[in-house]
Design a binder for this molecule. Structure first.
Ligand SMILES: *Cc1c(COP(=O)(O)O)cnc(C)c1O
Length: 433
């Protein structure tokens, strides 16, 4: 697949600042990765057919893209899109809305949708994604779940790899209302869960506490496999449209999918009790939502190839990477551990320089609200903050890790990886091992 690199292509890469030596080295590694990439293409092909099948079944038509405003009553295109999501994810119902502002917001709507004062939320794989600290109320926060009297418990993972089933069994005796799992490792030092592993967790929980509502944070996970958490009995899953399922086209949005009765509870929280799913205009977002969902399987495949290529190239230059180029992928995030701040900065400068938008700006570390160390970010994106687009970031603290994700096309992801490596090499940065 990557075998035909013509002199024209080489010349173009050189124009973009990639040395012939780096091109040669990368070319050899890509030959090696070719069988792996074929498997990713097969997953994308299956998922592409799955999405098309769902769209055909729902009779998606041109008139479904018509913008609505105001209350958004009788928004047929919006309702049909939600049916397309539910069909694709093999579940009963879904909410897919521009009024859901981010991944964190989707998770928040879902948690507040089903939890009531006095209930317990149990996280089964350690602490959830950082932005949920305030939502749960790990520190006193006005309007948090804790503020509303919802209790939080957590089962830590065994050596970052497996769920601690002994501790989980114990924690289930408390009859938590919600059992919560994050599919992607996010920025934690653990592995990401395959849908099969999630299925095993679901069976275990059902055996010991059949009434639990099992919820999965599916951010970055969609379309990385041919099945999703809802295929293995999860009650609700949530995600962001400026990650995988928006296919790079959605300008905003989030989704919640799963059992009808729980989606309804979430709809009552998203809008109001009594109005539920009936309100919420699409404001002209539907063309991008439909088309983005249609493109998402191949976009995700390109981003996964980029992550694997990054792992392989940095391994070849003796850097520490997580996951390794050999490991299976259940999300899009690749980390390179530099053990020094200069490496993280050079990496991010390279990724920024590969962007189609804002390639000429130089990212610098800054004190972002909510983080305990300055963070550097490379984000030359069409949609602000979109991390399905080529992006990278890293906190300025040991062990100095650069996180890399996205790329709407494989070729752009490839350029991003090469530009980062070139910058790291040009700055004389060593692996620090
Ligand atoms: C991105 C992400 C979130 C939060 O999504 P935002 O859109 O940044 O609010 C939550 N969980 C995981 C695993 C994520 O990757």
């Amino acid at each position: 697949m990557n075998t035909v690199i013509t002199e024209d292509i080489r010349g173009m890469y050189e124009k973009l600042g990639i040395s012939p030596e780096l091109q040669d080295r990368a070319g050899k590694l890509l030959e090696e990765l070719s069988p792996r990439f074929s498997k990713i293409d097969a997953i994308a092909e299956y998922n592409q057919m799955k999405v098309i099948h769902a769209m055909q079944k729902q009779h998606v038509s041109e008139t479904d893209f018509i913008p609505t405003t105001g209350y958004g009553y009788n928004d047929i295109g919006r309702d049909k899109l939600e049916a397309v999501y539910a069909d694709t994810f093999h579940c009963e119902d879904a909410l897919v809305r521009p009024q859901i502002l981010s991944g964190t917001h989707a998770l928040t709507v879902a948690l507040f949708g089903v939890l009531r004062p006095g209930d317990v939320m149990l996280s089964v794989a350690g602490k959830p994604y950082d932005t949920l600290d305030d939502v749960i109320g790990l520190h006193p926060t006005s309007g948090s779940l804790a503020d509303f009297g919802v209790k939080y418990r957590q089962v830590d993972m065994l050596d970052g790899k497996t769920i601690d089933y002994e501790a989980l069994k114990q924690a289930l005796t408390d009859k938590p209302k919600v059992v919560y799992l994050q599919r992607s490792k996010g920025y934690e030092a653990r592995h990401s869960f395959s849908v099969e592993e999630i299925g095993a967790m679901v069976s275990f929980v059902r055996e010991h506490h059949p009434e639990a509502i099992i919820m999965v944070d599916n951010c970055y996970g969609e379309f990385t496999q041919t099945i999703e958490p809802t295929d293995v009995g999860v009650d609700l899953m949530m995600g962001s449209l400026i990650k995988n399922p928006g296919g790079g086209l959605a300008p905003i949005g989030g989704y919640i999918a799963g059992k009808k009765k729980y989606v309804e509870m979430c709809a009552n929280r998203m809008s109001c009790p009594g109005l539920g799913k009936e309100v919420g205009p699409n404001l002209g977002t539907l063309t991008s939502f439909y088309q983005g969902f249609f493109l998402a399987p191949t976009v995700v495949a390109g981003a996964i190839k980029g992550a694997i290529f990054a792992a392989r190239l940095y391994e070849d230059y003796n850097f520490d990477v997580v996951p390794s180029s050999k490991e299976e992928r259940y999300d899009l995030i690749q980390s390179v551990i530099f053990h020094n701040p200069e490496g993280v900065c050079a990496f991010c400068r390279g990724v920024q320089a590969a962007a189609a938008v804002d390639s000429y700006v130089t990212p610098e570390p800054w004190d972002m609200p909510g983080y305990d160390a300055p963070v550097i970010m490379a984000a030359g994106a069409f949609v602000q903050g979109s991390s399905i687009e080529l992006s990278a970031d890293g906190p300025m603290k040991p062990p100095y890790v650069a996180y890399f994700q996205g790329g709407i096309t494989w070729y752009h992801a490839k350029l991003g990886v090469l530009k980062s490596m070139q910058e790291v090499l040009d700055c004389g940065i060593k692996s620090g091992k």
